[in-house]
Structures are given as C-alpha cells and as structure tokens.
Design a binder for this molecule. Sequence first.
Ligand SMILES: [Zn+2]
Length: 173
Amino acid sequence: MGAGFQSIVDVDATAGEARDLATATTTWLVESGIVVPGAAGTRYAPGERYHDALVEPWRGAVGPDALEVVTERTVFHPGANHSDEVQCPCCGSLVGMDELSAVIGAWYDGDATPAACPGCDGGVGINDWAWDPAWAFGHLGFTFHSWPPLSREFVAKVAARLDHRVILVDGYL
Ligand SMILES: [Zn+2]
C-alpha cells in the first residue's frame, strides 16, 4: 500500500504570489498549533493541535507525517487512482486523458488557454474540468502526508486565509 496524501491547492495564486502566501499561511498554521517547523524549510511536522484540522480525532497508532509546502508550478494529481476520462462541466462529454495530456503539458509550459471541449466546443479552464478524483493545477500547494482526513471546515479556513479558490486533491503515491 502506498502512502496517502491530501493537497490543498490554491489555483488562483500566481507564481509571484506563491511564496508570500505560503509564508503567511504557514505562520498562521504554526500559531494555531496545527504544525511546527521541521528540519527543512518547506517541511513541517504535526503540531500539538493538529487534531483541529481533522474530521475526527485520530486514535491510530501511526500519526500523521509532514506538511510539505510547494511554491512552484505543479500538477497536483491523485497518483495511482486517477481515472482515464474527465467530464466537461458544461455538456458532460467524457474526454480521454490522452487528449487532456496535451492540455496539461501546455499548462505546465505556461499556456493557460482554456481547452476546447470536443463535445460542446466550449473553452474549459484546466481547473474547471470535472476531474474525479480531483486534480489541481497551481503554483501553491499544502501537501499533508499520511494525515487522517482533513475537515471541510479546515480546508475552508485555509481558503479564506488565502482569499482564493482551493481544490483538495486526495491521493496515493
Ligand atoms: Zn463540453
């Protein structure tokens, strides 16, 4: 079994904003006791109030692992359990990952032009396709490695702090 992770991804932050937003958010997370600074600058360990971020208190033998903060252009994907087709949010057409891989490649190269859906011809932004399970494309992500499920309230608080749209990507490495 692989290691699970949950990434809260800010899909609105620009490359230029990512570092300052990361600093502000991690400062708040440390002040809240959710995490404590770790050995490396971009990794944090669970803090004494990490339970506050969870759906329910964790009683497992093995606790959560690091929070990793990513501040560069990244395709946040769910790892091994992704699906091979993605749905258009406008017309419901299923588009194969083979087709979308070109869109993902273009985004990674810096071209955020919405892709035309073959079903309805509408332009769909890369974060607007109905990825299931979720994918997210952005410059700022907070990846919680091996944490029990994060609560909706916690994810909403992070989004409110960022004042941006966030997407939660849940996956396995
Ligand atoms: Zn469509």
